[in-house]
Design a protein around this ligand. Structure first.
Ligand code: NAD
Length: 506
């Protein structure tokens, strides 16, 4: 997914445009401590999805720019103090935390400008990631980097064995557009606090959530040159080069499963460590004793907030046949009542899709569902009152065949599909009938039965009766083709560390 390149231009200071809150971010790369234009000065346009207008430009970094950034990160890791000085890292990341707090409203406007997510739901995109910086700074300060495991019997005599947890090296972070500022933080800050150096490659559609982070690091923190680099680009070749470069030790990636496969292949020759947070197609198993009038309106809301562009959203609703029509009526009313519109309006819950291409993909999948025999209950098109911008109607499809394309492919739109089932076993089989295994949901009055069903879902995360699995202190990630490795929790921090086992005299 790319945008139109613009003519060569010189970097300029960020601009504010209009009274709606639209704000252009910094159009520069951060390489080796320097805020700079791309080689040759090329830029590409950034579009506000709420009105389809070009609102500014970002530096169109080249593979040569990326290679300079990797070189700087390599030198900073190999020759600087960063990897060995925990107290300094904590100091720098707390500076970053405070600087992000100062820049909070600017960052919020940039996220709404480039993503089109409603301003009403930016807490999880701005406040949460800023708090996350402090969390990792404290976590990394208190972490035990040397663990004495006691005396062990060895082939010759005995040995004391000490585990030394050490940074992996140069980490390449490749991020998607749906929650860009949050993921730029979530994929780089624990890596930095663990002592790695980082090259961040943000998504084409949301370059400013990355470039602003670069600007803040360069202007408002003591993070040394080369430790943190940001290369925005309109070309997939830059992410591909980051994945393949032998000077990069690890890739942390969030994005589609298709891109994840390409990155794994590119990273294979140099056997890079990887974290892959990929696509999802999560199911919500609604049991026959569930309080439908409580559970289903929440499912509809979650499907529409972020315009369905959320990897963990439970987009497949499985309803017991005995309560199927009751459930459809509740979902239909809730989807139809969703406020869709201008993301700057604080009463709006659903904004636009990120791009015209993304909306076309969503509408195409809805059409495929209908062609495959699903019943269109509500929505299915472009809202008549919102012809400008990339808006999509909240859409409900019923009687969806679990093997059909719309039940198998990630939609990333405000669309719920509903499939009836007869027994708990059948519900579990339908839920697990997917290449994905990111998350899932179970609702039912009998908490033990709901918990038992949750344990049978082949996913990395499950919400039972609305109690969220997601949070900074618990591991998050996917099984099957939804990913490798975990973010968050102790496990998420350890991903950015290698374990060295040292045998030494007792
Ligand atoms: P994408 O895979 O198209 O792009 C993600 C990033 O990869 C972008 O920065 C892109 O420039 C880069 N890229 C593209 N081709 C590349 C290549 N060959 N080599 C290296 N990098 C390359 O994903 P997207 O459309 O930006 O984001 C949506 C996807 O992200 C959805 O599938 C969604 O489920 C997933 N996602 C997953 C999680 C999770 O935690 N599991 C969270 C958010 C989004």
């Amino acid at each position: 997914m790319t945008q139109k390149p613009t003519a060569t231009q010189q970097p300029a200071a960020p601009q504010t445009a209009g009274a709606t809150g639209i704000l252009a971010g910094d159009p520069r790369l951060l390489i080796d401590g320097e805020l700079t234009g791309a080689t040759g000065g090329a830029r590409f346009e950034v579009i506000h999805p709420g009105n389809a207008q070009v609102v500014g430009t970002a530096a169109d970094g080249t593979v040569a720019d990326l290679e300079r950034a990797i070189g700087a990160a390599r030198t900073a890791f190999d020759t600087g103090d960063w990897s060995g000085d925990v107290a300094f890292r904590q100091h720098c990341l707390m500076q970053l935390h405070d600087a992000l707090e100062r820049n909070k409203e600017r960052l919020r406007r940039i996220v709404v400008t480039e993503v089109g997510c409603p301003i009403s739901v930016t807490g999880s995109q701005i406040e949460d990631p800023i708090a996350e910086v402090k969390h990792w700074a404290d976590y990394g300060r208190d972490f035990d980097y040397l663990v004495d495991t006691g005396v062990h019997r060895a082939v010759i005599g005995t040995a004391r064995r000490t585990l030394s947890f050490e940074p992996v090296g140069v980490v390449g972070a490749i991020t998607p557009w749906n929650v860009p500022f949050y993921l730029n933080i979530a994929q780089t800050v624990p890596a930095l606090m663990a002592g790695n150096t980082v090259v961040l490659k943000p998504a084409q559609l949301t370059p400013w959530s990355g470039s602003e982070l670069g600007r803040i690091v360069a202007e408002e923190t003591d993070i040394p040159a080369g430790v943190f680099n940001v290369v925005t680009s309109n070309a997939n070749a830059v992410g591909a080069a980051l994945s393949a470069d032998p000077r990069v030790d690890m890739i942390t990636f969030t994005g589609s499963t298709a891109t994840g496969r390409a990155i794994l292949a590119a990273a294979a020759p140099t056997v890079k460590k990887t974290i892959m947070e990929l696509g999802g197609k999560s199911a919500h198993v609604v049991l026959d004793d569930a309080k439908l009038e409580r559970v289903l309106p929440m499912s509809a809301m979650v499907a529409c907030v972020m315009s369905g562009q959320a990897c963990i959203m439970a987009s497949r609703i499985l309803l017991p046949r005995s309560r199927y029509h009751e459930g459809i009526e509740i979902l239909q009313a809730a989807m139809a009542a969703t406020s869709v519109g201008d993301p700057w309006n604080p009463s709006v819950l659903q904004g636009p899709q990120i791009s015209e291409a993304q909306r076309e993909k969503v509408l195409g999948l809805i059409a495929s569902g209908v062609a495959d025999g699903a019943r269109l209950v509500t929505g299915g098109g472009i809202p008549a009152n919102l012809p400008v911008g990339y808006y999509t109607e909240p859409t409900l499809l019923a009687e969806v065949d679990p093997n059909s394309r719309i039940a198998q492919e990630e939609i990333f739109g405000p669309v719920l599909t509903v499939t009836p089932y007869d027994t708990d076993d059948e519900a579990v089989a339908i839920a697990n009938n997917s290449i994905y295994g990111l998350s899932g949901e179970v609702s039912g009055a009998d908490a033990d039965r709901a918990f038992a069903i949750a344990r049978r879902l082949r996913t990395g995360n499950v919400t039972v009766n609305g109690r969220s699995h997601f949070g900074l202190t618990s591991p998050f990630g996917g099984t099957k083709q939804s990913g490798l490795g975990r973010r968050n929790g102790d496990e998420g921090f350890r991903e950015y560390l290698e374990i060295k086992t040292i045998g030494h005299p007792a």
